[in-house]
Design a protein around this ligand. Structure first.
Ligand code: SF4
Length: 497
């Protein structure tokens, strides 16, 4: 009987991308995806070191998995436990010291070794731990299994050369390494041939794409090249860095119809003094000038951001400066965080400047109230307009509705199409429909019945699967892992295309 696997992903989209590759590797070894974690013979935790209490979450989960493993072993079965990702890269052998019932520990640079490490673990009495300091094989070169047929994460670069004082990423993901432009375009062409309608380009700092490559490949050029791919309806990207955001990228966005008018621009703070302490290497004036230029070239663009409150040393005046920028920009959505020190980051050592937790909480509530109001306004501006929606899935909160996203990445719920058992729905996830927005809330909008429907291969494939009675999960995910055909495992630093 094939063994079942279950992957739990913590943290960012880059981890989502890597989990798709881990699933692809496991399926190419003959594993099958388990219906739930409790049914799995192998559980892989793809960890994050950035999120709040990341450590507690990992060791808490491993404690829970120990009792499951003991129960399975008592029943003559086994449970393989694998820990990968950023916290594994950071803690390494400590993971096995704290949880000796773990079977395999690998890091952010050697996902490619997973099959061989599992083979070793089969006969090993102790946890098999392997971390490498340098990326040898881009995870993108590995087979991928997508949970969403019509969307794919596409990593364009790994690592980061910046040194933001609150961030642990550079020490865990290493320096920036860009993939060759030809390879990225080839991967996206393959994905479109495999029903993908939308790709999200991933990098810790997408604007510095290509700087480490010989030749002139840059992010703007990549966007324009992806604009040439037939059938690729939507291109999104995350995360840009305000300091490195250049005019040519804005121009490429304005000139390339399938690059979506949405920009996630992490502000972090509106105070120059705090930005200096964060080592963000831009200042408030630069950020506001970039927003102004974006709105000149992309008047319909939506703007989202990340903001930290309570950074060590932050004064009332500093926080006021953040509120002023927020009031001036009025972001469509803001991801807001209360500062929490990450062991191993310079900011974690800034204990003298710690801000009283009550003050941080108060500032957080005031910021949340402001950004929530602006999100509400952003969704209200959609009311009465007809939007093109890429259908993603049934609504998570209301079975009578399905959810989709506008070109500006706003979440919109619309009435689910009615269809009988055994009959294909008129549209499905992956299809593009137009609908009039009739209602607004802080985090989403409501639309009327779908008007025009533009079917895609992904939508048709999913419709047929639903008509065959398949569950939503199996109907919307890709069948077998997709290995980059003929792609030689690229060696990092090889000459550009
Ligand atoms: S740009 Fe700054 S916050 Fe982003 S990954 Fe790099 S160091 Fe971290």
């Amino acid at each position: 009987m094939p063994r079942n696997y279950f992957i739990r992903t913590f943290g960012c989209q880059m981890n989502e991308h890597d989990s798709g590759r881990a699933a692809g590797l496991l399926e190419s070894l003959g594993y099958r995806r388990a219906a739930s974690e409790d049914d799995a013979d192998l559980v892989l935790l793809n960890t994050c070191a950035v999120r709040e209490n990341a450590d507690n979450k990992l060791y808490g989960t491993l404690g829970h998995l120990k009792s499951r493993k003991d129960a399975r072993q008592a029943a003559g079965e086994d449970l393989t436990i694998v820990v990968g990702g950023c916290l594994a890269q950071k803690d390494g052998a400590t993971v096995a010291d704290k949880a000796p019932w773990v079977d395999v520990v690998y890091g952010t640079h050697n996902l490619v070794d997973l099959p061989q490490l599992l083979a070793q673990a089969d006969s090993a009495e102790v946890p098999v731990i392997e971390l490498v300091e340098q990326l040898e094989t881009f995870p993108s070169a590995l087979p991928a299994k997508r949970d969403v047929r019509h969307h794919a994460w596409v990593s364009i670069a790994v690592g980061c050369n910046n040194a933001c004082t609150f961030c642990i990423v550079p020490s865990l993901r290493g320096p920036e390494r860009s993939r060759r432009i030809g390879e990225i375009v080839h991967e996206v062409e393959q994905l479109v041939a495999d029903d993908v309608v939308e790709v999200t380009l991933l990098g810790q700092n997408v604007n510095s794409y290509g700087r480490d490559l010989a030749g002139a490949s840059r992010f703007a050029e990549l966007l324009r090249e992806l604009g040439e791919i037939d059938g690729l309806e939507r291109v999104r990207f995350t995360s840009p860095h305000p300091r490195d955001f250049t005019e040519d990228v804005l121009q490429a966005m304005a000139d390339t119809p399938n690059v979506m008018p949405h920009l996630h621009l992490p502000l972090q703070s509106g105070s120059d003094r705090v930005l200096r302490a964060m080592r963000r290497s831009y200042r408030r004036r630069r950020f506001l000038a970039l927003v102004e230029r974006t709105r000149e070239l992309l008047p319909d663009a939506s703007l989202t951001t990340d903001i930290i409150v309570g950074f060590p040393g932050e004064t009332d005046e500093d926080f006021q400066a953040t509120l002023e920028v927020v009031e001036q920009v009025r972001f469509d959505q803001a991801f807001t965080f209360q500062f929490s020190p990450r062991p191993g980051t310079p900011a974690a050592a800034m204990t003298d400047g710690s801000v009283d937790p009550h003050v941080v909480g108060e500032r957080y509530r005031r910021l949340e109230a402001a950004t929530r109001q602006h999100s509400q306004e952003a969704h209200e501006r959609l009311v009465g307009t007809v939007q093109e929606l890429l259908i993603d899935s049934p609504s998570k909160t209301d079975a009578s509705r399905w959810s989709g996203r506008t070109r500006g990445n706003h979440l919109v719920h619309l009435p689910a199409p009615s269809f009988a058992d055994g009959v294909e729905p008129p549209f499905a996830p992956g299809d593009l429909v137009t609908a009039e927005v009739v209602e607004a809330a802080a985090n989403y909008a409501i639309a009327d019945e779908a008007r025009d429907v533009r079917r895609t291969a992904a939508g048709r494939t999913t419709s047929a699967a639903l008509a065959r009675g398949e569950s939503w999960r199996t109907a919307t995910q890709t069948a077998a892992p997709v290995a980059p055909a003929g792609a030689q495992l690229p060696v990092v630093g090889a000459p550009a295309r």
